[in-house]
Design a protein around this ligand. Structure first.
Ligand code: NMX
Ligand code: MLT
Length: 438
């Protein structure tokens, strides 16, 4: 069977030819008009980015190279002895558009495990951070510092040919994905369990299996399977979300994958994006405290209105693109339904009840375009159930995951020779001049 590098080397010329033909045949075709409301409305709805790994349908949700989440759950190889999708099989699919065999998946796991240890200066850097520094800040800084290792930056300095850029972007991306669990686990242990040993990486275990061991939850099989699913599902959500878009933008200046992904993490750290899972849990626990563990639908409704009347958003609800419930939310709810240990969990039951009431309240409130739950409505609550209760850490786990999609696209950006990103901006006076003329 073919290795990941051999598989990609075969696909790259095909994709390059596809792009060339697209440009030659349809370069002048229009994908829609730009309205003033798009420009002042966060570019919502504008089709202005090329992104290979996944496409988001407003109603159906995410498809990874055309595969829906339930499809992926059927065809992507799980871990040895596990049932859920793993990071390696999702990464293979994102990078190549193909479903890996079990052997290919295991080979990738082995490669990632072999490259998972951190250079000493990175360990020292993380150890020097104050424990009160937000874990996402720690992660972003450590990822940026890893650019000391960048093969892409070194190759650029040597003056390698443009056509070879993608091979170095791939090496850096695989190296970063391999090291993220050790980085993220060290931040967790330092921040919450200082001075305790961190488990070593096992050569024959999958990336997330090793991550969970290093976090200190090696005997928690439910948590291992949950994080495998979580990390695979959060891997990519097409290109326009803040984290993915940032990596692509920064990478377009030929900043190396470490710098590009570091920038991306600082966007993920915002409360309307990746920090929402931490916010949901904080909000859920406050609600649980206020209405008790067996709160009724009416009590939840009242609490939702209190939040909205206080001028706050309901965290975990709404979406920039999706207009129906997020299939990632559905997949996590299905996970809750089949795991016996989650059936009687008060926090999981509260998530479920809230998802039955909140859409009606948000519809009546009348502001949000999508009153349905997104993936964050439940993701942090599951972590809390499994004993990882330090909610400031939750976005770091998202950060380990989003690397799969954001770095995949960086490889394709370089393989396809995409240029530096430089959209045109306008001032309000300039817009007025244009619209008043027409
Ligand atoms: N609760 C209350 N109001 C909301 C909500 C919500 N959950 N979602 C949107 N709105 C409001 C929004 O603030 C805006 O109000 P205003 O006109 O006063 O500025 C109005 O509804 C229209 O917003 P939309 O066009 O529906 O949403 P937009 O695309 O601007 O923003 C989110 C999308 C996800 C930022 C927004 O729905 C939100 O703030 N949700 C809560 C935070 C959250 O769950 N974020 C996680 C996103 C998923 N992720 O994985 O990153
Ligand atoms: C994501 O996974 O990035 C979020 O759902 C936000 C988005 O897609 O805009």
């Amino acid at each position: 069977t073919k290795s990941l590098r051999e598989t990609l080397a075969e696909i790259v010329p095909q994709k390059q030819a596809q792009l060339k033909e697209l440009k030659a045949k349809h370069g002048e075709a229009s994908l829609g008009e730009i309205k003033v409301e798009n420009l002042i409305g966060g570019m919502r709805g504008l089709k202005v980015m090329l992104w290979e790994g996944s496409v988001l349908d407003p109603n159906e949700g995410i498809r990874f190279h055309g595969h829906s989440i339930p499809d992926c759950q059927k065809v992507l190889p799980p871990a040895k002895g596990g049932k859920e999708i793993i990071a390696e099989s999702m990464l293979w699919l994102l990078l190549t558009g193909k479903i890996p065999t079990e052997e290919q998946t295991r080979e990738l796991s082995k490669e990632l495990a072999a490259n998972g240890n951190l250079p000493q200066y990175i360990e020292k850097l993380i150890d020097s951070f104050p424990r009160t520094l937000h874990p996402m800040t720690q992660l972003g800084m450590a990822v940026a510092a890893l650019n000391h290792e960048s093969k892409f930056a070194a190759a650029y300095e040597r003056g390698v040919k443009k056509t070879e850029y993608w091979t170095y972007a791939l090496e850096d991306s695989l190296s970063l994905i391999a090291k993220l669990p050790a980085l993220a686990a060290r931040i967790y242990r330092n921040t919450y369990y200082p001075g305790k040993d961190i488990a070593p990486i096992k050569a024959d275990q999958d990336l997330v299996g090793n991550y969970v061991d290093m976090l200190g939850y090696s005997s928690n099989e439910g948590m291992k399977e949950y994080l495998r699913l979580y990390i695979a599902l959060h891997g990519d959500h097409e290109g326009g979300n803040v984290s993915a878009h940032t990596a692509h933008l920064v990478g377009s200046a030929l900043s190396d994958p470490f710098l590009s992904y570091s920038a991306s993490l600082f966007g993920l750290a915002g409360p309307l994006h990746g920090l929402a899972n931490q916010e949901v849990l904080r909000w859920m626990l406050a609600m649980q405290e206020a209405i008790g563990p067996d709160g009724t639908h009416d009590q939840i409704k009242e609490y939702l209105w209190k939040t909205l009347k206080g001028g706050q958003v309901i965290p975990g609800y709404g979406h920039g693109v999706l207009r129906d419930p997020d299939p990632r939310f559905t997949a996590l709810q299905n996970f809750c339904d089949v795991r016996p240990e989650l059936k009687d969990s008060p926090i999981i039951q509260l998530v479920k009840k809230t998802s039955e009431v909140a859409p009606g309240v948000l519809r009546e409130h009348g502001k949000t375009r999508n009153p349905n739950p997104n993936v964050d409505a439940t993701s942090g609550c599951l972590l809390h159930h499994y004993g990882l209760t330090e909610f400031k850490y939750y976005t770091v786990i998202f950060g380990v995951s989003r690397a799969l999609g954001a770095l995949t696209q960086l490889v394709w950006d370089r393989a396809l020779g995409l240029p530096i990103e430089r959209p045109k901006s306008l001032s309000m006076d300039a817009i007025e001049k244009i619209v008043n003329k027409s």
